[in-house]
Design a protein around this ligand. Structure first.
Ligand code: FMN
Length: 356
């Protein structure tokens, strides 16, 4: 049976999710303009294939920080997988392993990172830097010990975005019995659970502090401005994940596909640039890669697939995206992701660059 396309998963998943949870997953900040922009951007870019290239069978493998992934698709970090399925992040992690992709494990997970990393194999750990640096360092050491190869520092969240749907639904807490397992700490004999602190005090100073304390690769997630991309390179960061948090933080941030080219230009090949937000089709993957992304991430489709059919659902979703990406690559006349370039893109007439 043919599997559902990624954007079809939302409607199906809704049938097995509490409406408040479905809204938590699908929703974005304020008027959700950025959520829509992320998708709309792909319709504005056309693919103009090359023919008779003799490319041969597509080979999607990519090597990221020395690790080979079976395709240039990452699982972006999303919080609280037990909201979608009782096995939570364990099911997602097993699917990632079976598909041979890298899982970016969210700090806000309902299964402890050690368990997630053991199940996934190739794991990067997503971290919100906490103002309590001692505690942040403890968590970094746990990620190192668990075998994670990179830290993905989310920098688009000095405060929490305003999620209109959650506000309307009064959805502001995890259901009883579920908690953020990475935030448990034991003080003497009493065990308590912290909550994640979003702090507007954090700056490049804390990032430099982290750079000095870990040999793990550092990827900054949520960068939008090319000037910040340059600061990131100067700070010794190893990669940038261009992201607007799936439109859940600052509304009216442009689509990530629009943000990507100026960042690729600013970085000038010094470090890899990744992208997430609105990736739903193999042609989307090909367009982002042609514009300079080394790999892309998927967020919401993972949770929809998980809600529908647990580990198998996530695996089916990833295999659908793989088949579509292979097909799009072959139809544009290429064999490997690294060969893609802007020559096959027909962009809507460019506006004045907004970033100067
Ligand atoms: C339900 C949900 C939870 C998320 N939780 C996190 C998180 O804990 N950390 C983080 O850095 N990003 C988080 N994100 C953002 C994703 O990593 C990613 O940037 C975004 O979902 C990509 O867009 P897409 O959903 O259109 O694929 C979350 C997104 C969603 C939808």
């Amino acid at each position: 049976m043919e599997h559902l396309a990624l954007q079809e998963l939302e409607a199906e998943a809704k049938r097995c999710l509490d409406p408040k949870i479905a809204d938590y997953i699908a929703g974005g900040a304020d008027d959700e303009l950025t959520v829509r922009a992320n998708r709309a951007a792909y319709a504005r870019v056309g693919l103009v294939p090359r023919v008779l290239t003799g490319a041969g069978q597509p080979d999607l493998r990519v090597t990221l920080f020395g690790q080979t992934a079976s395709m240039p698709v990452l699982i972006s970090p999303t919080a609280f997988h037990k909201l979608a399925h009782e096995e939570g992040e364990c099911a997602t992690a097993r699917a990632a392993r079976r598909a041979g992709v890298i899982l970016i494990a969210s700090m806000a997970s309902t299964v402890a990172l050690e368990q997630v990393a053991a199940a996934a194999g190739k794991t990067w750990f997503q971290l919100y830097l906490q103002p309590d640096l001692g505690w942040t360092e403890d968590l970094v050491r746990r990620a190192e010990a668990a075998g994670c190869t990179a830290l993905v520092i989310t920098v688009d969240s000095p405060v929490f975005g305003h999620r209109s749907r959650d506000a309307r639904n009064g959805f502001n807490d995890l259901p009883a019995g579920m908690r953020c397992e990475n935030l448990r700490e034991t003080v003497g004999s009493t065990s308590r659970v912290r909550s994640i602190v979003f702090s507007p005090e954090l700056s490049w100073k804390e990032l430099s502090w982290l750079r000095e304390r870990t040999a793990l690769k550092l990827v900054l997630k949520g960068l939008a401005h090319p000037a910040d991309a340059k600061l990131a390179v100067a700070c010794g960061v190893d990669g940038i994940l261009v992201s607007n948090h799936g439109g859940r933080q600052l509304d009216t941030v442009p689509s990530t596909l629009d943000l990507l080219p100026p960042i690729v230009e600013a970085v000038d090949g010094a470090i890899p640039v990744f992208l997430d937000g609105g990736i739903r089709r193999g042609t989307d993957v090909v367009k982002a890669l042609a514009l300079g992304a080394t790999a892309v991430g998927v967020g919401r489709p993972v949770l929809w697939a998980l809600a529908m059919d647990g580990e198998q659902g996530v695996l089916d979703m990833l295999e659908t995206l793989r088949a579509e990406t292979e097909r799009a690559l072959a139809l544009t006349g290429f064999r490997c992701p690294g060969q893609l370039n802007t020559g096959i893109l027909r962009m809507q007439p460019a506006e004045e660059p907004w970033w100067n």
